[in-house]
Design a protein around this ligand. Structure first.
Ligand SMILES: [Zn+2]
Length: 294
């Protein structure tokens, strides 16, 4: 691409940016490369999409049964989240809500986060882990997906020019709502690429460095699922019922555990982290939390 083509394209995008800002009533519109790649959407889009998805999740109790047990469980996760987002590396504290909800599903060892910071934790994840630090590592990872704006970056890649063109032509007055609904239907916003996953691991490590938890703890989660997948050949009923299904679901959103263990070990070495201990893993207090789960 020549310089003049680039300049023309940039001009085109700037003009269309004005059109999209006007059409969607967004208060901010930025072309940003600071998060997880090029992003044509403002952070308001992340928050709006997150809110829409949160509404849909709450209306879909068949797929996402909200945990109605001891409220201390949700409070515990919220306190953990609040501590993690106090990290100096968190940019959208106060802008994104960073609220947690617990999903009552012991068969799913996973957590996810919408754009704009609505976090969901499955009871299956909490039960599968051995200590608080590992849970904090997973929470840091999910927070990073929102902070690094992976969802709207992928939207930019997948739909950017198409949406912008449609809006410029006046074909899509409620484009954002439609887009949110379609993407949610296909779970496209939650399907992170391998690069997004690596990026989220990097930032989980950074966030945890200013907390009480062992910063490399996400590797224990990968070790756990590697062991679980090894123990459970397809179709087998292991110690944990339906573990093969859980692991399969988890791997579909969080691929390649061994590579990520290796990468985390490298980070631990580079940061010269002292070895983990009960003080920064907090296995004992975590058992009390697990006992609150039915
Ligand atoms: Zn992820």
């Amino acid at each position: 691409m020549t310089t003049s083509t680039l300049t023309t394209s940039a001009f085109f995008i700037r003009r269309l940016a004005l059109a999209i800002t006007f059409s969607l009533g967004l208060t901010a519109f930025v072309v940003s490369c600071s998060g997880g790649g090029l992003n044509l959407y403002g952070t308001d889009t992340d928050t709006q999409l997150g809110k829409q998805m949160d509404d849909q999740i709450r209306q879909n109790s068949a797929e996402y049964p909200i945990f109605r047990g001891n409220p201390a469980v949700k409070q515990y996760l919220q306190t953990m989240t609040d501590e993690i987002v106090r990290s100096e590396h968190v940019q959208y504290r106060g802008k994104f809500p960073y609220v947690v909800e617990v999903i009552q599903d012991d068969k799913t060892i996973n957590a996810f986060c919408t754009p704009g910071g609505y976090i969901y934790v499955y009871t299956g994840l909490m039960k599968a882990l051995d200590n608080e630090a590992t849970l904090a590592g997973v929470m840091g990872h999910e927070i990073a997906h929102a902070e690094r704006r992976h969802g709207t970056s992928r939207m930019t890649k997948a739909y950017g020019l198409q949406i912008i063109t449609q809006i410029a032509l006046g074909q899509s007055p409620s484009q954002l709502a439609t887009l949110g609904a379609n993407l949610f239907g296909g779970l496209a916003l939650l399907k992170n690429s391998r690069l997004d996953e690596e990026d989220a691991d990097v930032y989980s490590f950074k966030y945890l460095q200013s907390t009480r938890w062992y910063a490399g703890s996400i590797k224990f989660f990968f070790e756990k699922i590697t062991a679980a997948s090894g123990k459970a050949p397809s179709g087998a009923q292991g110690v944990i019922p339906n573990i093969a299904t859980s692991v399969e679901r988890l791997l579909s959103t969080h691929p390649l555990p061994q590579d990520r263990i290796d990468a985390t070990n490298k980070r631990i070495e580079e940061a010269k982290l002292p070895p983990p201990s009960e003080t920064n893993l907090r296995a004992q207090p975590y058992q009390q939390i697990k006992r609150m789960l039915p």
